[in-house]
Design a protein around this ligand. Structure first.
Ligand SMILES: Cc1ncc(COP(=O)(O)O)c(C=O)c1O
Length: 426
């Protein structure tokens, strides 16, 4: 725990990042609000919203040869290049769809259909999009479904629990990069290496949606076959998901206009604004990178930017847990339990899962709301949460998910309100 970074962004950078986001301190009614619900969809960059509007206004088809069409084509190409740089995807294909869920369903189904009968391994804490895709594909294509158990203390899947299920019949392993409920981060490079040691042919599919806004992704280094992301979880807009597919699987039979390349996963007209917006996200990450690193290389700046975001978020987490000499940290507030964080240490992302002894999770969320802080209760009554909460032996949690642009002052306000809720609701 003591190894966690405690240094916040320099004040000047903190100001810059705050100025880039919309609705950072106020909601759409202009009421003051702290938005600690970024795991449900993150704060938006103003540049993203502007680019979205600008490109959406243009009627021109990018497949033509006039000037505006060529400009739009360039924007799409830059967007694709930026997706590749963000993921460090040097080979394979980039697929686009309306949602990240749709993409992972397609990928898992295509792999299952192209493989001879065997087994599919998934985990108990996968988001329903990948878990249900595995279950659906296993039933559809006669594979056995195997589910790796979670460790309820850390809210993660120990690597052993996955590897023990892998054998020479394993077609595919689906594993989440960071849990959107427990905040546990998996070291995918290590996981992929151990899975491949047991079966080098196994295809590894990673749900990168929750991990993407919080740290570096490197599909080349991790040696995985597929990974999906959702821009609306990483400072961008809803309405699109992107995925990387390795050369090994990109040409498996899939829905495709048959005149296009075998590894093309994009069916129908592209939406230029989605690519323009993604470039704005990358420009922003590079802006943070450039604050610390004078390189001209865009991937270097992305890595620097994401590492700095991660450090800032670890400092936020540290303050949330330990507080300061002036403000009591969550670990010392009576009646509140922080789940998973202690067991995970530095592999805990900026998601806190809280329960209160004196008040139910929905009531606590209500109280936070009355104090102008937006958080969310994940409860077993939701199909998005039920299996995952069961896997970590909880019925409900209050999920607290700030992001890197929040300040020490924001954290102190949250701590103060948490103390009041824990004290006053008896
Ligand atoms: C970890 C994770 N994976 C996948 C998804 C699916 O994203 P979408 O619903 O946008 O397809 C989400 C969304 O909450 C998520 O948190």
């Amino acid at each position: 725990m003591s190894e966690r970074n405690t240094e916040f962004f320099p004040k000047q950078l903190q100001k810059i990042v705050a100025s880039r986001f919309l609705y950072l301190n106020q909601d759409s009614y202009e009421n003051n609000r702290l938005f600690f619900e970024n795991a449900g969809g993150s704060l938006r960059l103003e540049s993203v919203v502007d680019a979205q509007a600008r490109l959406t206004a243009l009627p021109d088809c990018p497949e033509r040869t006039h000037d505006t069409a060529l400009d739009i084509r360039k924007i799409i190409d830059q967007g694709i290049q930026d997706i590749r740089l963000f993921l460090n995807a040097k080979d394979g294909s980039i697929a686009t769809s309306l949602t990240a869920s749709k993409l992972i369903f397609e990928i898992i189904s295509v792999v299952a259909a192209a493989s001879k009968q065997g087994n599919i391994v998934t985990t108990a804490i996968e988001h329903p999009s990948s878990y249900d895709a595995c279950q659906f594909a296993a039933e559809q294509y006669n594979h056995e479904l195997r589910v790796a158990n979670a460790d309820p203390v850390s809210g993660s899947i120990p690597i052993r629990n996955i590897v023990d299920l892998v054998d020479d019949q394993t077609v595919l392993v689906s594993v989440i990069l960071t849990s959107n409920i427990t905040g546990a981060m998996h070291n995918i490079k290590k996981y992929a290496a151990e899975i491949k040691e047991k079966n080098p042919q196994t295809i590894i599919v990673v749900d990168g949606v929750q991990g993407a806004p919080h740290g570096v992704i490197d599909v080349e280094d991790w040696e995985i076959d597929a990974l999906n992301i959702a821009p609306y979880k990483m400072f961008g807009n809803r309405g699109v998901g992107f995925a990387y597919l390795s050369d090994r699987i990109a040409s498996f039979p899939h829905h495709r206009l048959l005149a296009t390349d075998q590894d093309n996963w994009n069916v129908g007209s592209t939406t230029p604004s989605n690519f323009a917006s993604f470039t704005k996200i990358i420009n922003y990450i590079c802006e943070i990178g450039r604050y610390f690193n004078s390189s001209d290389d865009r991937r270097t700046l992305i890595v620097e930017g994401m590492n700095r975001i991660h450090l800032q978020e670890q400092a936020i987490l540290n303050r949330l847990i330990n507080g300061t000499s002036q403000v009591i940290g969550i670990k010392d507030i009576p009646n509140v339990t922080v789940h998973f964080e202690k067991a995970n240490g530095k592999t805990q992302d900026l998601i806190l899962a809280l329960t209160f002894d004196n008040i139910s999770c929905p009531d606590a969320v209500q109280k936070y709301g009355e104090n102008n802080i937006l958080v969310y209760a994940r409860e077993s009554s939701s199909h998005y949460s039920k299996r995952i909460l069961g896997a970590v032996k909880l019925d409900a949690i209050v999920r607290v998910s700030p992001i890197h642009c929040h300040t020490p002052g924001d954290i102190d306000k949250f701590l103060e309100v948490t103390r009041l809720i824990a004290e006053n609701s008896n």
